[in-house]
Design a protein around this ligand. Structure first.
Ligand code: NAP
Length: 404
């Protein structure tokens, strides 16, 4: 109970704040002590906990985009010194995702600049706050797409923090729970994170190959599990990029018959090497007739506008198509594509902390990891251009030693 109230109060500013949804006389009283703030957490007048938060910060080298039109360039950010429930992480590797490009170029709107992207973070714990119980110095840990959530809503209580009703706190391009402190991502040498929003990286997964699991991995693992992919099911993975190549690996490891649908005919050999049983080049439109009603499940990872109806028609009756790719432009949907064979069209967003840990443990058990090309941070702008041309097998990962 005490830990729960401490947890929901940490990070909030202001004095004598009522804790939400309890109906009790619970509040936090803050007293400023130079660079420290002392907070008392009370329930019905009784002091349940007292914590001292430092206001000191750590100057941290990073790479940032200053606007939607500027390339990424060296930049210095401030990281908070660990609060009682925080962990300070020395970042070793950070994956580079297509969404990093979407957001640094403001393709989805609402980008916050300067922006330090990166939310496939692997690092080593170098310091822990006074109340941290789960982690110790030297632990190898991961941080994914979010670093906080409201912790009280139905989704958070169900361990689906990514669907938080109060909105998850994005690892970058977001604001902390105070609504005003910008969050900065993993294109930097260290990060301070609440102990409840970190993952344990199991032994046996090479660290640079573990980084993409924190986004590409969970984004493809979660829908396959949630929508009940079964051994022997025929699954099509549409788009063989960062997400798609993980979809193939998970589909194979889960015992499904995996087909890759790709607009790049040159990826056939790679697809089969990654574990696919079949490959279909989608440039030839006849394939949509030849393969009608062939699949039980389609995982669509494509980042560009395409015709959903054409792909839905490849589903058997009662088949499920799950969208994880986020094209910039909307695409029309024709009702008969769903109605005529009682098909389901769904979407899926990353995964919660519990399921992400399950996915990492699954990877260690089944020898699954991302295929990566490690780069130094000064190659990041070139890497973005190469990603846009599909010239990466299959994820760039930044070695942060290059920024230290
Ligand atoms: P990526 O590595 O660039 O892969 C995207 C793939 O889409 C490409 O490899 C390509 O595969 C296919 N593609 C690209 N342009 C195409 C076109 N014009 N027509 C048809 N296919 C095309 O990107 P990623 O990192 O895998 O991310 C994929 C998408 O998922 C992005 O939109 C990203 O923002 C989104 N995403 C969503 C979530 C979530 O939680 N839902 C999480 C992470 C990322 P082929 O060459 O094989 O056709």
């Amino acid at each position: 109970m005490r830990a729960f109230f401490t947890a929901i109060c940490i990070g909030l500013e202001g004095c004598d704040r009522m804790t939400p949804n309890t109906g009790l006389d619970n509040f936090e009283r803050k007293t400023k002590l130079g660079v420290h703030t002392q907070s008392e957490f009370r329930i019905e007048g009784v002091v349940m906990d007292t914590v001292v938060e430092s206001k000191a910060t750590l100057k941290t080298p990073a790479y940032a985009a200053k606007s939607a039109k500027s390339p990424l360039a060296p930049f210095t950010i401030e990281r908070r010194t660990p609060h009682p429930h925080d962990v300070l992480i020395d970042i070793l590797y950070c994956g580079v995702r297509h969404s990093d490009i979407h957001q640094t170029r403001d393709e989805w709107g609402g980008s916050i600049f300067p922006m330090v992207p990166g939310h496939e973070i692997i690092g080593k714990v170098v310091d822990v706050g006074t109340h941290v119980s789960k982690w110790k110095k030297g632990d190898i840990v991961g941080v994914g797409c979010f670093v906080d959530s409201d912790r009280t809503c139905v989704a958070c209580r169900a361990g689906e923090e990514q669907l938080c009703e109060g909105g998850m706190t994005l690892t970058y391009n977001g604001y902390e729970r105070d609504g005003k402190t910008p969050t900065y991502g993993g294109y930097s040498t260290r990060i301070t994170v609440d102990e409840n929003y970190m993952l344990r990286i199991p032994k046996g997964i090479p660290l640079e190959r573990a980084a993409p699991l924190l986004c590409a991995g969970i984004t493809t693992y979660s829908p396959l599990k949630h929508f009940g992919l079964k051994p022997g099911n025929k699954v099509a993975v549409v788009g063989l990029g960062g997400l798609g190549h993980m979809g193939v690996k998970f589909g194979h490891a889960l015992g499904a018959h995996v087909t890759v649908l790709s607009h790049s005919p040159g990826k056939r050999r790679d697809a089969l090497k990654l574990g696919a049983d079949d490959f279909i080049a989608t440039k030839d439109e006849d394939i949509f007739i030849e393969n009608a009603a062939r699949f039980d499940f389609i995982l669509d990872t494509v980042s560009a506008k395409h015709d959903y109806n054409a792909y839905l028609n490849l589903l058997h009756y009662d088949g499920i198509m799950v969208l994880v790719g986020v094209p910039e432009e909307p695409s029309p949907l024709s009702a008969p594509s769903l109605i005529m064979k009682r098909r389901t069209l769904a979407g899926s967003l990353i995964g919660g902390i519990r399921e992400t840990q399950e996915m990492l443990d699954f990877c260690a058990q089944h020898g699954v990891a991302a295929d990566v090309e490690v780069i130094s941070i000064d190659k990041i702008n070139e890497a973005y251009e190469r990603m846009l041309k599909g010239d990466v097998r299959y994820r760039f990962v930044i070695d942060l030693a290059s920024l230290k």
